[in-house]
Design a protein around this ligand. Structure first.
Ligand code: HEC
Ligand code: HEC
Length: 246
């Protein structure tokens, strides 16, 4: 009797817990994530692998990169990558916004990771504070005017003009390629709003009050050099002209 009771108990316990274990192997995906998986299995598996675990020499693992990274990469047309090159370039996106969100949901549910918050990302952004933060954290690579700049080994920091609010936020949160990650401890979400406000409202509309030539916006050094050269040449020709007259 005891043996039978023990067996039934053990069997019962097994049937109660076993489905839980199986469920962990194949997590239940939400409907958006299932749509995303279908897209992923067509466009991304060749480089990122069956369960986004990555394929040596083709594409990195996407476990833990989060929907923020996917939205950035797919939304800016960098992914799906056409061919292997030093750096994935911005292209017209292949997927529409809904599909991008679905791909993001799939990768998010597979491995978690950073997500772009749903609220208005630029709300309450202070342009002056943003400018300060931009010059400290971003200008070294993206330039004072946001025009971008070259990095080593054929890589470059791109021009910030085409980026949307969500893409700027996602870039800071996920640090694509050679860009460092600016987590919420380093740059708080409200500071991120300041930076986005600065990039979108000041950098993109920056006019050149001095005239047509901004001389690369490198600042007073180039401007001083330019006026020195132009001024000297003008003076030389004026002297020659005066000398020729007299
Ligand atoms: C031809 C191969 C290829 C294809 C196809 C491709 N990727 Fe990638 N992917 C790469 C490589 C290589 C990198 C890393 C290099 C880089 O970031 O420039 C990468 C990087 C990424 C990253 C950034 C990972 C990180 O660490 O933050 C994401 C997200 C991503 N891919 C998503 C996708 C999605 C979604 C698709 C399908 C729509 C896709 N990729 C299709 C090759 C590919
Ligand atoms: C060490 C250099 C470096 C620094 C510092 C840096 N970035 Fe970047 N950034 C990059 C590189 C490299 C890329 C291109 C990544 C890619 O193509 O996968 C990039 C891409 C971006 C993009 C995407 C542009 C596009 O094509 O839409 C945005 C937006 C951006 N950075 C914003 C910022 C902001 C805001 C800061 C400061 C908080 C910052 N970056 C600091 C190197 C840097």
């Amino acid at each position: 009797m005891r043996l039978v009771a023990a067996l039934i108990l053990a069997g019962g316990a097994y049937t109660v817990f076993a489905p839980g274990l199986q469920a962990q192997d194949t997590p239940q995906l939400s409907s958006a994530a299932q749509e995303g998986k279908a897209l992923f299995d067509v466009s991304c598996v060749s480089c990122h692998g069956r369960n986004a675990q990555g394929i040596e020499g083709r594409g990195p693992s996407l476990i833990g990169v989060g929907s923020a990274s996917v939205e950035f990469q797919v939304g800016s047309g960098r992914m799906p990558l056409g061919r292997q090159e030093a750096q994935a370039e911005r292209k017209p996106p292949v997927f529409n916004e809904d599909q991008t969100t679905q791909l993001g949901a799939y990768v998010q549910e597979l491995g978690g990771g950073p997500q772009i918050p749903e609220h208005e990302l630029r709300a309450g952004g202070n342009v002056a504070e943003g400018g300060e933060l931009y010059r400290i954290n971003c200008a070294a690579c993206h330039g004072f005017g946001g025009g971008g700049g070259a990095l080593s080994s054929g890589k470059f920091a791109p021009n910030l003009k085409p980026a949307t609010d969500r893409q700027i936020y996602a870039a800071m949160l996920t640090g694509p390629q050679n860009m460092p990650v600016f987590g919420d401890n380093q740059i708080r979400p409200d500071q991120k709003a300041d930076i986005i406000a600065f990039v979108q409202e000041t950098l993109k509309h920056e006019q050149d009050p001095g005239g047509f030539f901004n001389l690369g916006r490198f600042g007073p050094s180039t401007e001083g050099l330019a006026i020195f050269l132009v001024g000297i040449v003008a003076l030389v020709f004026t002297s020659l002209w005066i000398a020729g007259k007299s």
